[in-house]
Design a protein around this ligand. Structure first.
Ligand SMILES: *Cc1c(COP(=O)(O)O)cnc(C)c1O
Ligand SMILES: [Zn+2]
Length: 416
């Protein structure tokens, strides 16, 4: 059933069996990527997936690296709505704007796709404990799936992780520790050392399975559009696992003959902490640590370092004819307000993919007739402080009398 064959190192092409729990390449420390034999895809794969509605992400199991005899650890992830938002589109001068609302995932963020797969995979191969580090959303997702799988979870959280996010992680029964460090380089040294000693890590920078699950929204989006391809996909970028996975998904669909082109991939970061934008604008093939993670309210994408120094993501956005965009704090707040007018509550890190649309229209890289999909990666309820700071204030106080209420409520419908 699964078409996955082996993992291959990005740097030295060393092959690693899918029946080993391994993070980085054991030969050179490079990033591993799962390969598939798409030639062997059964005819009617898409039709079968359509008939398996209700299985969520697992409808696409042929294209995921979970062994056939494994049972997915599931909390009902996948098949989130792709919402047409004509009102919001009109405001932005876009005829066809769609929001892929992953805020509706089981723990409220798109991280659930990755952890559903990575935890299922690890459980099948016998893992009984694991760890990740997180600014909050990854930790909550990891904790929930580990709880479901009976795996002991330890989560090292960034200082930036707000109390609500931390509480969600402990609620799911994980052990949580606040992380103390001077530079982000220290974290990567620690990860490398643990990997060398054989610890299996669920951290996005090294885990080769998590990214694979992000392919699935490429599948979902194209299916939801009846196999039409969006012109542009706008995605918030932290470590880069999400946008890169989506890019891989679109390319697989093209290889399978289900679509005939791929979208322009637009990666969005907070301008004050934007290593991807810095590398893109300066024509480099890799990112260098830059920016101030503490200076943005977009906590979930605030990091000065990316997976494999951003190489995969830079390749993806350049090959696709896309771009990297840095949005200001004011633009992020505006993005939250605009998403709200699309009836979607987005935390700041998710709202950047709406904020970037303003920029795209202004700078001319979005045309009015482009079909644009913006991914909403988490719900605003994840970050109550930012939600309260950005949302308009209530209008005031009113007595509970019919007359007072009548003076307030608009009666347009009754008159029209
Ligand atoms: C983790 C996260 C991101 C960034 O995803 P990466 O795969 O690290 O690029 C974006 N938005 C939200 C809400 C997140 O939690
Ligand atoms: Zn290697």
């Amino acid at each position: 059933m699964s078409l996955a064959t082996v993992m291959v190192c990005d740097d030295c092409a060393h092959e690693v069996s899918l029946s080993t729990l391994v993070n980085l390449c054991p030969r050179c420390g490079g990033l591993l990527e799962v390969q598939y034999d798409l030639q062997a895809a059964p005819a009617g794969l898409a039709q079968r997936a359509r008939e398996r509605r209700g299985e969520g992400m697992w409808r696409w199991r042929e294209l995921l690296p979970l062994p056939d005899d494994a049972t997915p650890v599931s909390l009902g992830e996948g098949d989130t709505p792709l919402l047409a938002t004509p009102d919001l589109g009109r405001r932005l001068g876009l005829e066809r704007l769609l929001l892929k609302n992953d805020g509706l995932m089981p723990t409220g963020s798109f991280k659930d796709r990755g952890f559903a797969l990575a935890v299922s995979f690890a459980q099948h191969l016998g893992a009984t404990s694991g760890f990740t580090y997180s600014s909050g959303n990854a930790g909550a997702s990891f904790a929930a799936y580990c709880r479901r799988a009976g795996i002991d979870a330890t989560v090292f959280v960034e200082d930036a992780a707000n109390e609500t996010k931390v509480a969600a992680i402990t609620l799911y029964g994980a052990e949580v520790l606040r992380l103390e460090y001077d530079t982000s380089a220290q974290i990567f040294e620690t990860l490398d050392e643990l990997a060398r000693e054989g610890y299996y890590s669920f951290v996005n920078f090294v885990n080769p399975i998590r990214h694979e699950a992000m392919k699935v929204y490429a599948y979902e989006i194209c299916e939801q559009l009846d196999w039409e391809v969006p012109d542009v996909m706008v995605h918030p970028v932290g470590t880069g696992g999400g946008i890169w996975g989506a890019w891989k998904g679109f390319n697989e669909l093209r290889e399978l003959g289900l679509i005939d082109r791929v979208p322009r991939m637009v990666g969005v970061q907070a301008a004050v902490c934007a290593p991807l934008v810095d590398a893109f604008d300066n024509g480099r093939d890799h990112t260098i640590p830059t920016g101030d993670a503490g200076a943005t309210m977009a906590q979930s994408i605030a990091g000065d370092t990316m997976i494999h120094d951003g190489r995969r993501v830079l390749r993806a956005i350049r090959d696709s004819g896309g771009r990297a965009v840095g949005v200001t704090e004011d633009e992020i707040a505006e993005g939250m307000l605009l998403a709200g007018l699309g009836a979607v509550a987005a935390e700041p890190s998710a709202a950047v993919s709406v904020a970037a649309l303003l920029r795209g229209r202004e700078e001319g890289w979005l045309e009015p007739d482009d079909t644009v999909v913006s991914v909403i990666t988490a719900t605003a309820l994840k970050q109550p402080g930012a939600l309260q700071a950005v949302a308009p204030r209530p209008s005031g106080v009113v007595a509970a009398t019919a007359q007072a209420w009548k003076d307030t409520i608009r009666r347009e419908t009754a008159h029209s």
